[in-house]
Each structure stands twice: as structure tokens, then as C-alpha cells.
Design a binder for this molecule. Structure first.
Ligand SMILES: NC(=O)c1ccc[n+]([C@@H]2O[C@H](COP(=O)([O-])OP(=O)(O)OC[C@H]3O[C@@H](n4cnc5c(N)ncnc54)[C@H](OP(=O)(O)O)[C@@H]3O)[C@@H](O)[C@H]2O)c1
Length: 268
């Protein structure tokens, strides 16, 4: 369930910015840090109406202040733990729509990894990573797409990982959940084909955020701002799937083409 005190102060809205706004009205689920934070910042700089969602109220409030000071833009914030057992998906979506007036775009850069997701992850790790990386995003996609059906248009974008294409001994629970989310998105793409409702999948390589902090990276990491810029360009294309950075495409193709006798020897 969404905390009942989200209207005030957790659910902050109502200030009027003097910026000209575009037609976009966006929800960023996981908008407090990394790629989500960069997306919120760039969307609000474009004059879009933006509502950022995450668990940490202080991070959200800092982002809200930053956008107000630097861009004279009022970002709405919602503190919510999507992993909570009583999280009410339908109530959450209704609240987003009520607060923004209408929603045209949903970005879902939320994600969670776990240091114990290694080898054979425990039931608890499998459970928690599946809820945040697959179950809630899929439930939110269903609910937002149901809303988009009532207004006959809408765009949802999810963020997955190159890890889904390269099974390995680490991040098995994380990557499995992201793979399930990709599949669900592809099924929705088929369901909504030839409508004005689009679902886009952005598969990211390494990104320089807290999620990748301390990890040994084999290739350069993109900045979260670069990812956000790409996501906004990608959004305009309506393309169903893209890797970012793009150099991951040939690498993934190569990995997929490797015979098992070679693949199993890779240490990554
Ligand atoms: N960083 C990488 O190298 C990398 C690589 C490939 C793919 N990705 C994917 O790209 C996306 C963005 O990654 P990132 O590095 O920007 O992640 P990040 O910095 O860790 O941000 C994740 C966001 O999700 C929110 N979040 C996590 N659990 C939540 C929950 N239970 N309820 C509500 N919000 C929650 C976090 O806010 P709170 O903690 O305040 O809740 C935060 O805003 C993710 O989907 C990630 O899986 C990242």
C-alpha cells in the first residue's frame, strides 16, 4: 500500500512553475538516483511534468530542490516502497494520474542487485530481486497500459541489462528477473501492435551509478546523463528494443555465437 501520508508531505504537488510545458506528463519509477535521477532532471529541463518515485524521501526531496533551483521546475515526488507486500498497484497508478492530471510516459529505471546473488542465490534473494526487477514493474506496466488504453495512447520504457544475454555465475536472480520483464514487454508490444501505445526496452551495459560502484568492469561505463539523453531520443523513435551503449550489440551477438566449450571458460 502507498503510505497514507503521501499527500503531504510525502506526496508533494501543487506548486506552479512559470515554465512552458510540453505535452509530456511523465512518471519515473526509481527516479531518485542514477539513471532515474538523470531522467527526471532532463525531462523537467524540457518543461515536462514529472513525478519521481522511490523509497528514499531525502534523495527525492534533494532532487526536487535541485530542479527547482536550477531549472525553476517543480518535480512532484512520491515516496513508495514497491517491494512492500501491501503495495497497491492500482491505487498507486491512480494516484500518479490524479496528481499529474494525465500520464503520457512512464519510465521504469528502478532496479536492485544483491551481493549474495552469486552461485546459488537463496530463496530470499530470489524473492526480493524478482519482486523489484520483474513482478512490480510487470504489474505497473499492466496497470499503466490499462490506463493508456482509456486515453488511446501512451509510452512505457523499461530498463534491463546486457546481463540477460550472458548467463553467468553472478547476478543470476537479477538477470532472470530482468529477462522475464523483457519477455513480458515483448508480449505487450505484440498485444498493442498497431495502436498508439508503445512499450520500449532499453538494455544497458555498464553505467556509472551506485549500482555498479566497486564492480570490476571490463569495458567503459556510460554516465547516467548519457543514458537519460539516449532514453529521450529512443522514446521519440518508438523502436521496441535497443542496447545502450550500442557497442554492446556486436559483443552480445558474439557471446551468443560462442560454442559452450568456449563460453563456459569465460570469467566475467
Ligand atoms: N548501473 C549499471 O551498471 C546498470 C547496468 C545494466 C542495467 N542497469 C539497470 O538500469 C536501471 C537504472 O540503474 P541505476 O544504476 O541508475 O540504478 P540505481 O542508481 O541503483 O537506482 C535505482 C532506483 O530504483 C529505486 N528503487 C530500488 N528499489 C526500490 C523499491 N523497492 N521501491 C521503489 N524504488 C526503488 C531507487 O531508489 P531508492 O533506493 O530510494 O528506493 C533508485 O531510484 C536499473 O533498472 C538497472 O537494473 C544498470
Amino acid at each position: 500500500m502507498i503510505p497514507s501520508d503521501t499527500s503531504s508531505p510525502n506526496f508533494a504537488g501543487g506548486l506552479i512553475s512559470n515554465r512552458a510545458t510540453t505535452a509530456r506528463s511523465c512518471v519515473v519509477v526509481g527516479g531518485s538516483s542514477g539513471v532515474g535521477r538523470a531522467l527526471v532532471s532532463q525531462l523537467s529541463a524540457c518543461g515536462d511534468a514529472v513525478l519521481a518515485v522511490a523509497r528514499d524521501r531525502r534523495d527525492l526531496a534533494a532532487l526536487q530542490s535541485d530542479c527547482l533551483i536550477r531549472q525553476d521546475a517543480h518535480v512532484r515526488i512520491v515516496e513508495a516502497d514497491l517491494a512492500a507486500s501491501d503495495f497497491d498497484v492500482a491505487a498507486f497508478v491512480k494516484r500518479c494520474v490524479d496528481d499529474l492530471g494525465h500520464v503520457t510516459h512512464v519510465f521504469m529505471p528502478l532496479g536492485l542487485i544483491d551481493a549474495d546473488d552469486c552461485g546459488l542465490p537463496s530463496s530470499e534473494v530470489l524473492q526480493s530481486l524478482t519482486v523489484v526487477n520483474y513482478l512490480r514493474p510487470a504489474q505497473l506496466l499492466s496497470a499503466f497500459c490499462q490506463y493508456f488504453s482509456t486515453i488511446s495512447h501512451g509510452n512505457a520504457m523499461v530498463f534491463t541489462s546486457i546481463a540477460t544475454d550472458a548467463p553467468r555465475g553472478r547476478n543470476a536472480a537479477y538477470a532472470s528477473a530482468k529477462k522475464a520483464l523483457e519477455f513480458y514487454c515483448r508480449a505487450l508490444q505484440h498485444h498493442f501492435a498497431d495502436t498508439k501505445i508503445s512499450i520500449q526496452i532499453c538494455a544497458l551495459g555498464y553505467v556509472d551509478t551506485t549500482m555498479s560502484f566497486g564492480a570490476k568492469l571490463l569495458l567503459p561505463a556510460a554516465g547516467p546523463e548519457e543514458v537519460a539523453q539516449f532514453a529521450l531520443r529512443f522514446c521519440r523513435t518508438g523502436t521496441r528494443f535497443s542496447y545502450f551503449p550500442r557497442f554492446w550489440l556486436p559483443i552480445i551477438m558474439l557471446l551468443k555465437a560462442l560454442p559452450w566449450s568456449l563460453y563456459k571458460k569465460l570469467r566475467f
